[in-house]
Every structure is written in C-alpha cells, then in structure tokens.
Design a protein around this ligand. Structure first.
Ligand code: XUL
Length: 627
C-alpha cells in the first residue's frame, strides 16, 4: 500500500476520458504516488448499455451517459477509502476532461448539487439535475449539416481566425445547434446551464455549476480568442437564429433574445487564473473525509492538460506518435489556420497551445514497413514478431545521409491535415532544369529510382516535413533563442530567396509561407507515444525539425491526469504567494530536461531539408482535395 506519511500535502489530478476515469495522486514535490482508475466497460456495460464507454446511435451520433461518470467518481473515491487513503491531506484538485463534450443541466441542478446527502450516491441524487442525461462524445459525427451551416455563414478560414479552429463535427457549438434545432428543442428549454466535460467535473466537486474554463472553451467554435469573448454571430448560428441560415433578422427581438439566452446558459468565461473555483462540496467532505478547505481548481481539456505534464516553454513542441500523430506546441503567436487548432494556454496568460492532428501516423508507416519486409522476404518468417520487425526499415533510415529528393504522400486513410481523401502519391525532385528552377515530378513506384525501400525514408521525411510546414507559421514570431548563426536575418532572407527561386512562392493550406514561417524552428522537441520508442524514426524527425535546444524522448503514462495534478499544485503555490508563477519554471523543479533526459539527436539536417520543404509544399498544392 502506498505510504503517504512523508507527504505533507497531496494533490489529485482527474482524467475523465472516453473509456475510463483516472485519478493520480501527487505530493508537494510533484511526485506521483499512486493512480486509481475505472474502466467504464468493465463496470457499467450493462447498467448504461455502453460499448467502449459510449452509446452509438443513428447517423453518427455518439454519446456518453452522464450518470455513469458520477458513478465512476463515487466508485474511485470508495476504492481510495478502502485503501485508507488520507483524504484529509488533499489540499487541491484539478484535472481534465475529453474535449468538446457538453453536459445539459436542468433548472434544479444547483439546488441538487448543493444539497447532496453523503449516505446516497451522486447518480441517484443528481438524476434530476440534467435536462438530457447524455453528453455528445468527441467521436460524434452526426453534425454534418451544422458544420456546413457554420462554414456557409462565416467561412472556414474566418471561423478559424475567430475561434482558433474551423468547424469540426465534434465541436460544442455545432453540437448545441443540433441539440436546439434538430434533436432536443424541448430539452433545451429546460436547460439552465451547459457545461463542458471539464467544467462538469469541476461543478460536481464544487457543489454548484462552475464556469467554463477559458482554454477548453476555445474548443466550441463560439468563443472569439483574440477578443476573449463570445462571438454573437456564432452564438446566433448555435442558437438557430442566424439571419442567413435560419432567416431570423437581427431586427427581430428573437435574434438578440436567443443569443442572450444561450450566453447565459453557457455562462461567463474569465481569463486564465491560478485562483480556485471554490472549495470541495460538503458531500465529499463528509462522505470521504476531505477537509472543507480543499481547493478545487478549474479542470481543462485533456490535450491542454497533456502539455501541463511537462515543463514546456514557448516554442517547445510535443509530438505524440500514436496511431495518429498529434503535435502540440506552445506559442505566443496567434496564427490560426483551418488545418489546425489554437487554444488559449491553460496556465500561461498571453500564450496559446497549437494542435495539429494527423489521421495518418503509425498505420501508414506500418504499411510501408510491411511492403519493405515483403520485398526482402522477411514476411515469410513464421515468427510474427520478425514479420513485423522494424529492423530493415530502421537500417534504411540509419544509412540515409541527407535529403535525396524523394517524397511521398502516404494517406492509407483520409487525412485531416491537409484535408484530403485516401491516396498515395510519390514524387522525385528534378534539378536538371538549366534555369535552376526545380521540378517536382510525380512518379510511380519502381520508376525514377523510387523503390519500395525508398518509402521508409520518404514516409518519415514527408510526415515530418508536413509538421514543419505547419508548425512554422505558429512558431515564427516567438523565435527560439538564437544559438545558431543561421538564425540571423540576412541568412534567413538568403534561405528564403533560394527556396523561392527554386520552387516559386510556397503556400500551405492556402497561406503563403513567409521568411519567418519558413525559417522558424522549435526550441525543444519532446517525443511521446508508440513510435517514440523507435530511435531511428525520431532521430530522423529531430534532424528535420531542427529544434534549437534539444530533442527528448519522454514517457508520461498518465499525462492528462498528471497535468491536472500539476495544475492544482501550481495553482496552490501561486495562491500561497499571491502571484502568477511561471508554469514551466514551477514544473522544472521536478523535471530538468537538460540533466535528466538524453538529447538524442546531435546531427542537424535542418538546413538540408529546405529542398524537402519546397518539394512537399508543391506536392500538396497538387493533392487530390475533398472539400
Ligand atoms: C481533441 C479531441 C480529442 C478528445 C479526446 O480535439 O477531440 O483529442 O479531446 O479525449
């Protein structure tokens, strides 16, 4: 059993995800002491009729039962109680929730939340607290008509400019429009407040409906990030009173009334703060033994909590290499695009978290690996492990020196960034033109010297160059510390001129690449997830991205929960001192990247890859699009 005797204060970090609820316990030294978790399917499959945590309906509807989440909270605290967990030592709680999901509270919610009896369960007592007992899950794709409306009325790029993202099927604003205009008009009438999953848990712990947390609120397509306020035009669409989509004129009193109503239900959103949302409700204090003074700090979205699990500084990138590839980065440069997301940073005022989500990651690489193994007859091996071995693939990567002018677009499934249907396109760079203008020549496999083996390098390079093309504009203004002579202005200009003379102007996702965006580099890069265990892959990625201050492979098994616990810990310390402490500095007390982690890439091929940057940009311009 975990020994808490040496810990003065404890912090809890929640992670309410699709398939489980997890709680991590840390102490005043940011040390993770224990975790508790409950898999929804193993406990609640029959009671709530779920599969993989959700209920799938018709037309792409995917929802989670809210009462199940309440059961899960009681369940974990009961488990902790059985283990004699010292609840009285907990001084602060925060955490994360899956992003974009919404919870619909009834007019009785606050009364019920504030009068819970410890001898009964949360789910039993809060049954009447919801106008709808379900929460749309981020995997829901039932809102295609709503996405079209948002884009038709506002425009894709403009919507991204205002809210940090184009319309996505899972985003709350679209879900709300569907709720009001198509699926649950009556329930909307009896809705007093709307929470996000993050603020839902905050509310339960507080004993009253909490405000939305500002960074997670950026995942709604309703909030104007630059102005830090709701956008009335967007609220009008969500409320079903848009002039062009719903025919309600602005002069019609219904227009303003509906906007105000929705604004009221969503509640105010305040800037990022370290200040507690309040103290734990008496239900938890009397039932489990928390002290009444235990502070509840606002919960945030799971991706936002992930960046809080590391001492990330401005311009740092975290690359999560799973089935999909997700790039998270910190910046003070608000450069939105319809191809990625920007959210407010949950603990650093004036900073943002950029998020690029690719659907083609590991699967595409594995497909290339399998083809290579087949060519070398390695697939004839009886041993499944050898069939799926990365040895040959890695050997090819290891032997590669500099950019060889062969790239590919490897999308076995439709891609999000850039938005395109499934396709495979290979190309070679033809430098033979006398005028020094390079030509990007599409080619088939086994033509122009493009062999199956070449796919190993080409796929890793192409995937990484795509990140570089898109991270560049976000990183640009907040350039990393100048440690390299190539960072000075005239050198940048020279590089830019050379790229443009070879390839012409470069556009990524419809935007022209500038000197700054093309020549910016990350400060540090952190690699996590499945493929980060393949050193050849991440070494090549690191060489291409060219982080100025190092590349690190990290393992953070409970990143979202840990980020939540660290947020509670940091907030508590800020409250004690009465001032904002730098979040990254606070976390680096525990985590000194320079001394604790090995910087795994000493070769810098960053400069070499400008031809790759130009080439991929040109290939993407000719990509089969689906709009
Ligand atoms: C992010 C998103 C998912 C969920 C997963 O936009 O939808 O990552 O947050 O829980």
């Amino acid at each position: 059993m975990t020994d808490y005797a040496d810990s003065k204060s404890l912090f809890l970090g929640f992670d309410l995800s699709t398939q489980q609820l997890k709680i991590i316990i840390t102490n005043e030294n940011l040390k993770a002491l224990d975790t508790y978790n409950v898999e929804f399917d193993s406990q609640y499959k029959t009671k709530y009729g779920i599969y993989k945590g959700v209920i799938s309906g018709e037309d792409g509807e995917i929802v989670s039962p809210v009462l199940m989440w309440l059961d899960a909270i009681d369940y974990l605290f009961t488990q902790m109680q059985k283990d004699k967990f010292p609840f009285e030592k907990v001084v602060g709680i925060s955490g994360s929730g899956q992003q974009h999901g919404s919870v619909y509270w009834s007019h009785d919610a606050d009364k019920l939340l504030g009068n819970l009896k410890p001898d009964q369960s949360l789910s039993h007592q809060l049954k009447g607290a919801f106008s709808w007992e379900m929460s749309p899950n981020w995997q829901d794709h039932s809102t295609i008509p709503e996405a079209n409306t948002f884009h038709n009325v506002i425009g894709k790029e403009k919507l991204a400019q205002i809210t940090g993202s184009r319309a996505h099927l899972r985003f709350t604003g679209l879900q709300i429009r569907k709720f009001i205009t198509r699926s649950h008009g009556k329930e909307y009438e009896s809705t007093a407040r709307i929470s996000l999953v993050s603020s839902f848990v905050t509310s339960v712990l507080l004993g009253h409906v909490a405000e939305l947390e500002q960074s997670d609120a950026c995942g709604m397509n309703l909030y104007d990030i630059s102005k830090s306020e709701y956008d009335d035009q967007l609220l009008a669409i969500a409320a079903g009173v848009s002039t062009s989509a719903d025919g309600v004129e602005q002069s019609d009193p219904k227009w303003q009334k509906s906007i105000d109503q929705l604004k009221q239900k969503l509640g105010p959103i305040h800037p990022i703060t370290y200040k507690a949302s309040g103290q734990i409700s008496s239900y938890f204090a009397s039932k489990y033994g928390f002290t009444a003074s235990c502070r509840i700090y606002s919960f945030t979205g799971d991706n936002l909590a992930t960046i809080l699990s590391l001492p990330l500084q401005p311009n740092d990138c975290l690359l999560s290499l799973g089935t999909s590839t997700t790039v998270l980065l910190i910046t003070d440069n608000y450069q939105p695009s319809s191809q990625y997301h920007l959210f407010k940073h949950p603990t650093m005022p004036k900073h943002y978290m950029g998020m690029i989500c690719y659907s083609n990651g590991a699967l595409a690489r594995e497909k290339a690996r399998d083809e290579i193994n087949k060519t070398h007859h390695l697939d004839e091996n009886d041993d499944d492990k050898k069939k799926k071995s990365w040895d040959k693939f890695d050997e090819i990567l290891e032997k590669s020196t500099s950019f060889n002018g062969k790239l590919g677009i490897y999308f076995p499934i439709g891609e999000i960034v850039p938005q395109a249907p499934a396709q495979t396109v290979r190309a070679v760079l033809d430098k033979s033109n006398n005028e020094e203008k390079y030509n990007v020549k599409p080619c088939e496999l086994n033509s122009n010297g493009f062999t199956v083996d070449e796919d190993a390098l080409a796929i890793v390079e192409s995937q990484t160059l795509s990140c570089r093309l898109r991270a560049g504009p976000m990183l640009s203004k907040s350039a990393a510390p100048e440690t390299s002579s190539t960072q000075n202005d005239s050198k940048k200009q020279e590089i830019y001129n050379s790229v443009v003379s070879k390839f012409g102007d470069l556009y990524t996702d419809g935007k022209k690449q500038t000197i700054e965006s093309l020549t910016s580099r990350p400060n540090k890069c952190y690699y996590v997830g499945g493929a980060s265990n393949n050193l050849q892959i991440i070494t090549k990625m690191a060489q291409i991205l060219g982080a100025v201050n190092g590349n690190y492979k990290v393992e953070i098994p409970n990143a979202c929960a840990l980020g939540g616990a660290y947020k509670a810990s940091w907030s508590h310390e800020c409250e004690q001192r009465g001032e904002f402490l730098g979040y990254d500095q606070y976390i680096s007390r525990l985590f000194d990247t320079d001394s604790e982690l090995e910087n795994f890439s000493d070769r810098d091929l960053w400069l070499d890859y400008f031809d790759g940057v130009g080439m991929l940009a040109k290939m993407e311009e000719n990509l089969l699009q689906n709009d």
